[in-house]
Design a protein around this ligand. Structure first.
Ligand code: DGL
Length: 234
């Protein structure tokens, strides 16, 4: 048993979508959410810059005495999860673009994978693609979409034109993979563009399931019925 909180971080608000999924799945656990706004956007940074932001986030969360950490960012996971697992002893959960579930569910049409430039450049992502490539994956890195979501989080509909402009290049798709946690907030706009006819995939529920498994496997479950939630911004 362990009543310490679980840490979750991203470059900004994006990881809150993952936090929701984790809080839903682990009803009694407490959480600390860290938004690295001074590191935002990760998606246009170099490997080394992202790795040092990831390290700063983990150190900040460890100072909060967390018992496990969810890297609620595809970009940070692709760059840093291996290094984190080697360096620290607590369990880490990462998120990666939901390419596998999309390939399994979309049997005929194209699958549009929206992600950051930095994620698309990582060898971890390229390995994922080569494992699941069925000739129908469209990899579409976006330069500043995460930053736009961050800046418009109070009025996401203001991004309607921008999102529809991006999607108008990819009209014939069967599924869309949201390969950046910020893009999860764009789901209603994407759904609207395709008139609700396509499948949309994100990594939140998968990460929450994995977190539940690791908490159990490492005997880290809380026995408290009073959960807490704390937000930090650096
Ligand atoms: N939300 C992050 C991800 O999942 C990236 C956002 C950023 O570019 O900082 O990739």
């Amino acid at each position: 048993m362990n009543n310490a909180p679980i840490g979750v971080f991203d470059s900004g608000v994006g990881g809150i979508s993952t936090l929701h999924a984790c809080m839903d799945a682990l009803k009694n656990e407490s959480f600390v959410y860290l938004a690295d706004r001074s590191g935002m956007p990760y998606g246009n940074k170099s490997h080394g810059e992202i790795a040092s932001r990831v390290d700063a986030c983990v150190e900040t969360l460890l100072a909060e005495k967390v018992k496990a950490i969810v890297v609620a960012c595809n970009t940070a996971t692709n760059v840093g999860i291996k290094m984190l697992r080697e360096k620290y002893r607590i369990p880490f959960v990462g998120v990666e673009p939901a390419v596998k579930p999309a390939v399994e569910a979309c049997k005929h049409g194209n699958i549009l994978v929206l992600l950051t430039v930095a994620t698309a450049a990582q060898s971890k992502f390229q390995e994922l693609v080569s494992r699941w490539d069925n000739g129908r994956l469209i990899i579409a890195p976006q330069h500043d979409l995460a930053e736009q979501v961050e800046n418009r989080i109070d009025d996401i509909s203001a991004l309607r034109c921008e999102v529809h402009k991006i999607l108008s290049r990819y009209r014939r798709v069967e599924g869309v993979v949201l390969g950046c946690t910020h893009y999860v907030f764009l789901r209603p706009l994407i759904d609207e563009f395709y008139d609700g006819r396509i499948k949309i995939f994100d990594s939140g529920v998968g990460a929450a399931k994995r977190l539940g498994f690791l908490i159990k496997e490492n005997a880290l479950e809380t026995d408290s019925y009073r959960r807490s939630l704390k937000f930090l911004v650096i």
